[in-house]
Design a binder for this molecule. Structure first.
Ligand code: ZN
Length: 351
């Protein structure tokens, strides 16, 4: 079946074409017009309409690179349906290297937004009206905060069967089930009945190659499940990562201020009472041990050794079978480590 033309901001993209559209998003106080760049790939044949968004937190830039690589895939020539790619949702934040908007609001707490609300609310409203309302599925790309890295992970509402299927198809070792009412894009999309995933990987203001490759592959995997792309060739030798859903997660915080010597890497397995690190004063006189209160896998951690009392240092996820997850995390790194494979997907080489 032939795809339908895609209309955005009064501009029509015909089946078989792709186009970059600059969505008007107000003005800077310099008088310069501000726009949110959107790239539409309208497949010849009908299929789902998938939005892929990044930098809703303006300093989380791994997703910007994930989208650039996604749009270069030669496999998109055979796309069924439509991709709506929005690499920079929080344009103000990206310019300022900031998670937030100039009004200090968090765009991902401002959905669904409103036409006459705050700057954040207006951008959220624009995104809902032009992107989400025209989509059938969505993937939103994030990273950890500044000085914090996340192990590649999917956050999704697994109570919804279709979302659950997409989350498991993505192909990262860890899934965190969450259905928070938090004003996020993911929650607003769910209100419209649009299954969506949140991909978290790497650190703010940094490119992390494993996170980027895993992100590109994950989106391809989801598009295969949605039949937007042909299935993987059976001859493929690629390992598939069966994800595991975390039972719960918790941040381990600094009991006191000081200088942290971290002992456990990202993705590391810890047992109850494992020494995660030592916080010391600069003279080495007073040392405090940071102990894991339960068994699990490190899915996030701080990269800066200078810590204040109460600061979140290690994010640990609990699983039914921690050993099994540890093996999957090892497999995952083997699959995505740059020296071992030449491109994110041997079947769809980057051109
Ligand atoms: Zn984020």
């Amino acid at each position: 079946m032939m795809n339908e033309p895609f209309v955005i901001n009064g501009i029509t993209v015909q089946p078989g074409n792709s186009l970059t559209v600059d969505l008007p998003a107000g003005r800077l106080y310099t008088h310069a017009p501000m726009t949110m760049p959107v790239h539409i790939v309208c497949g010849k044949q009908a299929g789902p309409r998938l939005f892929v968004s990044a930098a809703i937190h303006g300093d989380e830039i791994n997703g910007v690179e994930i989208i650039r690589r996604l749009l270069k895939l030669s496999a998109l020539k055979r796309l069924k349906g439509t991709i709506i790619a929005v690499p920079i949702v929080n344009i103000h934040g990206l310019i300022n290297h900031s998670r937030y908007l100039p009004d200090r609001r968090d765009l991902n707490r401002s959905f669904p937004g409103s036409e006459k609300g705050s700057l954040a609310a207006r951008l959220a409203y624009l995104f809902m009206k032009e992107i989400v309302e025209q989509s059938t599925h969505g993937i939103d790309l994030h990273t950890g905060a500044q000085h914090r890295t996340n192990l590649p992970q999917i956050r999704a509402n697994l109570d919804d069967p279709e979302t659950d299927q997409l989350a498991k198809a993505f192909g990262v070792p860890v899934i965190i089930s969450s259905n928070l009412r938090d004003g996020s894009l993911r929650e607003a999309a769910a209100e419209y009945g649009i299954p969506s995933l949140l991909y978290e990987a790497g650190e703010a203001l940094r490119f992390d190659e494993v996170s980027i490759r895993a992100g590109v592959n994950g989106i391809i995997n989801v598009m295969r499940i949605l039949e937007m792309l042909p299935p993987r060739k059976r001859s493929s030798t690629r390992k598939t990562i069966e994800p595991v859903v975390a039972r719960s997660t918790a941040w381990i915080r600094a009991q006191d201020s000081g200088i942290l010597r971290a002992m456990v890497p990202l993705g590391g397995r810890v047992k109850k009472n494992t020494l995660l690190g030592v916080i010391a004063d600069p003279f080495g006189q007073k040392e405090i041990q940071l102990i894991s209160p339960f068994s699990g896998i490190v899915i996030g951690r701080t990269n800066i050794p200078l810590v204040n009392e109460g600061e979140a240092l290690y994010h640990i996820a609990r699983f039914e079978d921690v050993k099994d997850v540890e093996a999957k995390v090892d497999d995952f790194h083997e699959v995505h480590t740059p020296e071992l494979i030449p491109s994110p997907d041997p079947e769809s080489p980057i051109t």
